[in-house]
Write a protein that binds this ligand. Structure first.
Ligand code: SAM
Length: 269
């Protein structure tokens, strides 16, 4: 509690957001290297009118996998060069690379340990993971057909810089697919950044309710995993971080003090 109060004035500082996410995700990949923990997003429960996703074998984290699946359905992936920014432990990259036939899928993440873990546990000929920053993408101009970004850009120091990097690396006619959350009070800033980024908005959906339903459906399995993987003294803190039912994140989405949105954009020709 004392540490939380001490850090609260810095929370909106770009350097603090960068440092905080670097430490958190390096630590998680290094100290919890569980090879069956593939996702770090809150999950998605599809709408009744979305196509059913049939899987040969239901993965442990089916709702976080669906977050990726239904986002990627917003464009054609087959034969395309895809860059994912903030690929984490690589489960979404693996699902798309294995089932949607991209020519090449590159997952990029700030956390070295997450990149090493993803390269170790997901090995496919059209898939690789590299370390780098969303704010300075190590790719050539006009080189990528699709950029994917799942629950990551809230952690960046400079979101406008990230969006300018997305525009730079996308080929004309390329797609940018993104899902993320913001506090209601910060949502207009995100909307402004997206309006100013030079990409053409194709769709925008408030998926907060889909995420709430996924959190509730996944809750027993999530709590069981936390008990198995996380040392006892960290479990309470981790339950908050992971967004179990009753956590601040879950309550905020339900009472509309936070929103979770899904977007698709195209770079003009
Ligand atoms: C909530 S996790 C989501 C991971 C993954 N997209 C998923 O859904 O499982 C956020 C990820 O963004 C990464 N990240 C944070 N800041 C970043 C930055 N500036 N550049 C690249 N990745 C970043 C973190 O290391 C972390 O892996």
């Amino acid at each position: 509690m004392f540490i939380k109060t001490l850090l609260s004035p810095f929370k909106n500082q770009p350097w603090f957001r960068r440092l905080n996410s670097k430490i958190t995700y390096e630590y998680l990949a290094k100290y919890v290297p569980a090879e069956d923990w593939h996702f770090m997003n809150y999950g998605y429960m599809p709408n009744a009118d979305e196509p059913t996703l049939k899987l040969d074998k239901e993965p442990l984290q089916v709702y976080p996998l669906r977050m990726y699946h239904y986002l990627a359905l917003k464009t054609q992936i087959e034969g395309k060069t895809v860059l994912e920014v903030g690929s984490g432990r690589g489960g979404g990259a693996r699902h798309i690379a294995a089932t949607m036939k991209p020519l090449q899928y590159t997952g990029l993440d700030l956390a070295h340990h997450a990149v090493d873990l993803a390269n170790k546990i997901h090995q496919l000929p059209n898939l690789k993971f590299i370390q780098g920053s969303a704010e300075s993408l190590p790719l050539a101009d006009n080189s990528v057909d699709v950029v994917i970004n799942v629950e990551s850009c809230h952690a960046y120091g400079d979101v406008a810089k990230f969006l300018s990097e997305v525009k730079r690396v996308l080929k004309p006619g390329g797609y940018f697919l993104m899902v993320d959350f913001r506090y209601a009070k910060d949502f207009e800033l995100l909307q402004q950044q997206l309006r100013d980024c030079g990409l053409k908005k194709l769709s925008e959906e408030n998926i907060s309710d889909n995420v709430v339903r996924a959190i509730e459906a996944e809750d027993p399995a999530k709590r069981e995993r936390i008990q198995k993987l996380i040392p006892a003294r960290w479990q309470k803190l981790f339950c908050e971080f992971a967004g179990v039912v009753g956590s601040k994140f879950h309550s905020n989405l339900k009472d509309h003090t936070r929103y979770y949105y899904r977007y698709s954009f195209m770079k003009p020709n």
